[in-house]
Design a protein around this ligand. Structure first.
Ligand SMILES: [Zn+2]
Length: 215
C-alpha cells in the first residue's frame, strides 16, 4: 500500500502543527541566513498573488520566501469591484506595500468553477459569491457550450475567469493609477494541480477598457 505523502492526518491535533512549525522555522533560518532578521524589520514584497482558496493551488508554487509575496485568496480567485475584502487589499498592495506585479491565478480541478458549470442551487453566501462566476459563464456560453467534455469546459471557464479577473484588476481605479505611475504589471496564470506547473494565460486587451477611464 502506498504511504500518504501528507504530514497532517485526521487524527493529528494542534500540538502536531506547533511541532511542525518549530522544525520549519529552524530549517527556514538555516537555509536562508538573515531572512528572519530582514522580515522582523518589515516587508517589501514585489508580488501580489490573487488565488483560489483550494489547498493545492498556493503561493508555494512560486518557490519564493516569506516576505516576498502579498496574498489574497478566496473561492475561485475573483475580484469583483463590489467586494470590499479584495478591493481594500488591492488598495493596500498599491498604496502602502507598493507591489510591482499582480498575479491572478486560477487552477485546474477547481470546485468553484465546476459548481458554476452545474445548475444545481448551492444556496447561502456561496451562491451569492458564485453569481460572479455564473456571470462569466453566461458571457461566454457560446464558447463553453461548444466544448463537449465537462473537464475541458471547466478548464476553459477557469481560464476565462482569470481573464475577466485580470480585467477587473486592471480597471480598478487605483491599479490604473499605479500602472501609469510605477509600471505595475498584471498577469493571469493557471496552476495545474496534477503537475505543479504554472502557465501564463494569454490575456487579450479588454474590449471595454475605455469605458472605465476616469480623468
Ligand atoms: Zn479553486
Amino acid at each position: 500500500m502506498c504511504r500518504s505523502p501528507f504530514r497532517f492526518s485526521a487524527t493529528d491535533g494542534v500540538d502536531k502543527l506547533l511541532k511542525l512549525n518549530k522544525e520549519w522555522a529552524k530549517r527556514l533560518d538555516q537555509a536562508n541566513p538573515g531572512l528572519l532578521e530582514a522580515n522582523a524589520k518589515g516587508q517589501k514584497p514585489q508580488i501580489l498573488w490573487i488565488g483560489c482558496a483550494d489547498s493545492r493551488s498556493t503561493v508555494a508554487s512560486l518557490d519564493l520566501l516569506p516576505g516576498e509575496v502579498f496574498v489574497h485568496r478566496n473561492v475561485a480567485n475573483m475580484v469583483p469591484n463590489c467586494d470590499p475584502s479584495s478591493q481594500s487589499l488591492i488598495q493596500l498592495a498599491m498604496e502602502v506595500v507598493g507591489v510591482k506585479h499582480i498575479i491572478v491565478c486560477g487552477h485546474t480541478d477547481c470546485k468553484g468553477v465546476e459548481t458554476t458549470l452545474n445548475n444545481a442551487r448551492v444556496g447561502g453566501s456561496l451562491e451569492a459569491w458564485l453569481r460572479n462566476l455564473r456571470d462569466v459563464r453566461a458571457k461566454y456560453k457560446t464558447v463553453l457550450e461548444a466544448i463537449p467534455s465537462f473537464k475541458e469546459r471547466a478548464e476553459k471557464l477557469a481560464e476565462l475567469n482569470v481573464i475577466e479577473q485580470v480585467w477587473n484588476v486592471k480597471t480598478n481605479d487605483i491599479v490604473r493609477e499605479h500602472m501609469a505611475k510605477r509600471g505595475v504589471q498584471v498577469y493571469g496564470m493557471i496552476y495545474d494541480v496534477a503537475t505543479g506547473l504554472l502557465h501564463q494565460v494569454d490575456v487579450p486587451e479588454d474590449p471595454d477598457v475605455g469605458y472605465y477611464a476616469v480623468d
